[in-house]
Design a protein around this ligand. Structure first.
Ligand SMILES: [Zn+2]
Length: 479
């Protein structure tokens, strides 16, 4: 084992119990976006105990915080998340559907481990700085509301990440790999139409239907699809269908749109065209229109220089050390997944990594090896607010196995595995890999210079805010 990995492994293993207990505590709180008061407090408390100085409530968000140790440059940051998802409460380690008594929400995306794993990395870098006299600053960014609320976008907009020379984060996963794939930028917009209610049979000529406006807007956008870039993804939902009475002309109706594209500027341009469909629909129906941007995210740009450091760390640390009991339990979860999904996943391994690796995965319940580093020019068709950080400073992201192969994202099965030892092992390994990359980056100014050059080339060195600059986070969750 590499000497540095050995040292960092020692720091992190020494605190194993404290770290896994903290992950389980946040798992139990299962608080949704901007409501993560207990979770943020638990993380803040732990960082204070570790000697970090904590600034609470940054960017005017009560559950956002920054914890720092050391002083001056370079400044390396670790990003932590800790929000849960509605309707995904589930008992820890139970492969049969059974809600946990803590309420409707559950950690169906593993953010309890995400928050604590990044904290453990920051803590190990701090221990290393202390013992080896490494100069600079290590920071932990407590980032709320990743699932719904774009916490990091509001933090980026407020300049919270401006001082960073580099940022590392990770996400719980079924694979062990560095994220060489970008993700789509996304803008969320609410279109609310106002019309005039009348008797739909008696005075239809006096009615102005907000529901008609919604339908015409959707028709317009569906025609627009042929003339947008292929990688764009536009989806909508009715937020208000105008009521249940066919004999009343609907004087109110609303649509909620997500507009995604590989680059944030493309999403912003496309959004203008979707707005125009709404404006046209309002004109056609004689209704009035209110357009509200609720959220937005940049695409994620993986920094190849920092990603290479993560890959080195990943190869040195290796896959999570799953026990036989972990593997057996993961296999029980797999039995509940449709064969079609498992087959689809197997095909994806073959397409992404070739037949040899697909063969290596086949029949396994947990990934017990490390994937090679690949930079894929095509964006992953999801979105994350880590993208906004990648537009502010060089950013790299890791994925570490914390659940069975084939587990759907945002599922109760994922909640269950994140609350037991399968999730703990992945979290511990992720912390070691990130700590390794963090120390390597801090020790070598040339690496950080190269990372910055690459970042400037990719972004122009400027944050592109995907939403109006005066937009405030919806802290009460009402959109
Ligand atoms: Zn997530």
């Amino acid at each position: 084992m590499d000497q540095l990995v050995k040292i960092l492994d020692g720091y992190i293993e020494k605190k194993r119990q404290k770290l896994t207990a903290l992950s389980e505590e946040i798992w139990r709180y299962a608080e949704v976006g901007y409501q993560e008061f207990q979770s943020a407090q638990a993380l803040e408390r732990c960082l204070e105990e570790e000697g970090f100085t904590v600034e609470k409530g940054v960017a005017e968000i009560p559950t956002a915080f920054v914890a720092k140790y050391g002083s001056g440059k370079p400044i390396i940051g670790f990003l932590g998340e800790y929000d849960a998802l509605f309707d995904l409460s589930q008992q820890a380690g139970n492969p049969q559907r059974a809600s946990f008594e803590n309420g409707p929400a559950g950690h169906g995306c593993g953010h309890n481990q995400l928050g604590v794993g990044s904290l453990a990395a920051a803590m190990a870098v701090k221990d290393y700085m202390k013992e080896h006299g490494l100069p600079g600053t290590v920071a932990y960014y407590g980032c709320p509301a990743e699932e719904d609320g774009s916490g990091k976008m509001y933090m980026a907009k407020a300049g919270v990440f401006d001082e960073l020379d580099g940022a590392f984060t990770w996400h719980p996963s079924s694979i062990n790999a560095v994220d060489g794939t970008s993700s789509l930028a996304c803008i969320c917009v609410l279109y609310r139409f106002h019309g005039r209610a009348t008797h739909a049979a008696g005075q239809p000529h006096l009615g102005r239907s907000a529901l008609d406006a919604c339908e015409l807007m959707n028709v317009g956008v569906n025609y627009l699809r042929e003339h947008m870039i292929q990688e764009a993804r536009v989806h909508y939902a009715y937020r208000d269908a105008g009521g249940g009475a066919p004999n009343v002309v609907q004087d109110h109706a609303a649509l909620y749109y997500f507009i995604r594209a590989p680059k944030v500027y493309q999403a912003m341009e496309l959004r203008e065209r979707v707005d125009n469909c709404a404006r046209g629909a309002a004109l056609m129906t004689g209704t009035t229109l209110e357009i509200t941007t609720t959220d937005g995210l940049c695409d994620f740009i993986p920094n190849q220089t920092l990603s290479a450091l993560l890959q080195q760390g990943l190869e040195e640390v290796g896959a999570p050390r799953f026990s036989e009991a972990d593997k057996a339990l993961a296999a029980q979860f797999q039995q509940g997944y449709p064969a079609e999904e498992l087959k689809d996943q197997q095909r994806a391994y073959e397409a992404d990594y070739g037949p040899a690796i697909a063969q290596q995965v086949a029949g396994k319940s947990l990934m017990d090896f490390v994937l090679p580093l690949q930079f894929d020019p095509a964006a992953h068709p999801g979105s994350t607010d880590v993208g906004d950080v990648s537009y502010v400073c060089p950013t790299a992201q890791l994925r570490m196995a914390t659940y069975a192969i084939g587990t759907p994202d945002h599922s109760w099965q994922l909640t269950a595995q994140g609350g037991c030892s399968i999730g703990h092992e992945g979290m511990m390994a992720a912390a070691k890999v990130m700590a390794y990359a963090g120390v390597c980056a801090m020790r070598d100014p040339k690496v950080l210079e190269k990372a910055k050059e690459e970042y400037v080339k990719a972004t122009g060195g400027n944050y592109i805010c995907p939403v109006p600059v005066d937009l405030k986070p919806m802290l009460d969750g009402v959109k």
